[in-house]
Design a protein around this ligand. Structure first.
Ligand code: CO
Length: 322
């Protein structure tokens, strides 16, 4: 069953979230809408973001049997008071279940990650109502994935046997990053890279059970390319970064990444570095920085054996979803 583990949804409208400038949707036509944040255009979307029929049609055209459908990070609400973030999570998580009524659409929920107890509670509520996993942002303000509260949540995910998808978001901004989509092209890969570092050096992989199934978006950002630099620093500047029990390369079998890297050389690096069991089809559907047609990179990658290709397209996601 060919499974795309990285897609997003946006509902076709939602109740007022309760503060000035909160994300809302402007319907532009029957098939188009615009997400507004702080009353300014954030992103144009089409009906494939909210209409399961359109989604399933496009999946069929691309030969995808199943999608993991995750929130769009702009709605996480991690910077709001926790009670507000719970409300947002409930609204969006319940709307996601309506969009994902067809079993080919596998819903992942969002949680108020700034409050670990509430996050665990919302995860449990969602699992009871039909969600199959959780997408989290790669940080909560200045707290990265090694934050005690985030680790508490990840341990809960391991206990509940729930797959976690980590998506970069809330990228640094400034004059040098606020042009050319640099926040997406440079900021996002750096964010993901940093969060994998935080999981290793913050000792998270030493503390959470090995059964935790966690996947990082966009091929894990720049991590794989710079693993050698990281490894060298761990040995040569051990006084500064030697805080994990083992060197970075020891933890490569503890997480997965998706295949949204657009270039066969990059995909090959991921498979060489993490192994053919650790890379899964992802597309970032339905956004313009996503792969289209979905799965083209894996299907056409000459270096992959048929066995490896089948793992990347299907079997690895099967194991990840559980
Ligand atoms: Co995405």
């Amino acid at each position: 069953m060919i499974t795309d583990v990285h897609t997003h949804y946006v509902p076709q409208g939602w109740p007022d979230l309760g503060w000035p400038g909160a994300p809302r949707l402007r319907i532009d036509s029957e098939r188009e809408a615009t997400i507004l944040v702080n009353d300014r255009n954030f992103r144009k979307i089409q009906d494939n973001a909210w209409d399961p029929r359109v989604r399933l049609e496009q999946m069929a055209a691309d030969g995808v049997d199943r999608q993991v459908v995750s929130p769009t990070p702009v709605f996480f609400g991690y910077d709001r008071p926790a009670e507000q973030a719970v409300r947002i999570a409930k609204i969006f998580n319940d709307l996601a279940l309506e969009i994902c009524a067809d079993e080919r659409l596998v819903p992942f929920c969002q949680v108020p990650l700034q409050d670990p107890d509430l996050a665990c509670e919302e995860l449990d509520r969602c699992l009871d109502s039909g969600h199959r996993g959780v997408e989290i942002g790669n940080h909560v303000g200045d707290r990265d994935l090694d934050d005690a509260g985030v680790v508490q949540f990840l341990q809960h995910c391991a206990r509940r046997n729930v797959p976690v998808f980590v998506h970069p978001w809330d990228m640094p901004s400034g004059p040098r990053l606020d042009r050319w989509m640099a926040q997406w092209l440079v900021g996002m890969p750096a964010e993901t890279h940093l969060s994998i570092l935080a999981m290793i050096l913050g000792g998270v992989f030493d503390r959470v059970p090995e059964t935790l199934r966690i996947c990082f978006a966009h091929g894990g950002g720049s991590f794989a390319f710079w693993l050698g630099r990281f490894e060298n620093a761990w040995h040569r500047r051990n006084d500064l970064i030697g805080v994990s029990e083992y060197p970075p390369s020891h933890y490569l079998d503890r997480f997965s990444v998706d295949s949204v890297v657009f270039d066969e050389r990059a995909l090959r690096l991921l498979v060489d570095t993490l192994g053919e069991d650790r890379v899964m089809l992802g597309s970032d559907f339905p956004y313009p920085l996503g792969e289209s047609p979905v799965g083209g990179l894996i299907r056409n990658a000459a270096f992959l054996s048929d066995t490896a290709r089948a793992k990347l397209l299907a079997a690895n996601a099967e194991a990840y979803l559980g």
